[in-house]
Design a protein around this ligand. Structure first.
Ligand code: HEM
Length: 241
């Protein structure tokens, strides 16, 4: 099996990070502004005629959600974290408060939603998972368990990022609808909401496992090169890796 060189690995990481950051900014810039006007006529979603607070819940959800979506990628930048931990901490607190506010509003937005019961259930599941992973990440960092904090934040941001993948699947679904006319918008919307959650969870776990395996391989390599150095040292009697 061939392994990527450190340069190839880091180029790949930067490319993925760039794609994540650009798509997060694009979705925040495209999805949030209609809700800043305060006019329900600008909503991209149909407003529930029986719930006066529906539009308000969307505004209260969209604004902090957009902020969390944009801050997230910065938090994964190791050079920024290493150089300026204070910026990481302040941005982390803003992210945390944004997710809490956005989750509370999302609960109401899901309750008032006219998108159908299966989509509502998906949004409740997403809200609960969003808050749970955030609470775990916060608990770990307070205990000084930095590696576990990072793992829980990967899980948490994967859920935040469902806002991006949902919109990608919606576009794909609408294109597919031209071929499969029997698909309704509600079918496509429901499938996109569930797919955005489930696929993001699987991708996050892949990155977590991959990261753990890569760091233990690095440790093994370091141990190996240290012991092969000691083999070369006269009188050490080392066995090598
Ligand atoms: C990850 C947790 C999230 C949950 C549980 C959630 C929940 C919801 C719910 C329930 C709705 C109403 C949907 C409907 O009635 O069909 C909604 C709409 C919306 N959400 Fe989220 N959301 C999340 C993340 C985000 C993020 C990160 C953004 C950032 C841009 C965002 C932006 C919006 C916007 C702008 C709307 C209005 C619909 C639109 O114009 O596309 N949400 N969300």
């Amino acid at each position: 099996m061939t392994t990527a060189s450190p340069t190839t690995g880091s180029r790949r990481r930067w490319t993925l990070w760039g794609l994540m950051a650009v798509s997060a900014i694009a979705v925040a810039a495209f999805a949030v502004p209609p809700y800043l006007s305060g006019d329900p006529a600008n909503s991209n979603l149909p407003i529930n005629p029986d719930a006066a607070q529906h539009f308000l819940s969307l505004v209260a959800h969209a604004v902090p959600s957009g902020l969390a979506l944009v801050i997230g990628p910065l938090q994964f930048l190791t050079p920024l974290r290493n150089r300026n931990l204070k910026v990481h901490r302040v941005a982390g607190r803003v992210y945390l408060v944004s997710v809490v506010l956005a989750s509370i509003a999302a609960f109401f937005a899901a309750t008032f939603s006219v998108s159908g019961f299966p989509a509502q259930v998906a949004f409740y599941v997403l809200t609960a998972a969003w808050l749970y992973t955030l609470a775990q990440a916060y608990r770990c960092v307070r205990r000084g368990e930095v590696r576990l904090h990072r793992i829980w934040m990967i899980r948490n941001y994967a859920l935040t990022f469902a806002a991006v993948t949902l919109r990608v699947y919606l576009v794909v679904g609408m294109v597919a609808r031209k071929q499969f006319a029997w698909l309704t918008f509600e079918d496509i919307y429901t499938a996109s909401v569930w797919a955005s959650i489930l696929i993001n969870v699987v991708v996050a776990e892949y990155f977590i496992v991959h990261g753990i395996l890569a760091s233990s391989a690095r440790r093994r390599r370091r141990r190996g090169s240290a012991s092969s150095t000691s083999v070369a040292t006269p009188g050490s009697g080392g066995q090598g890796g």
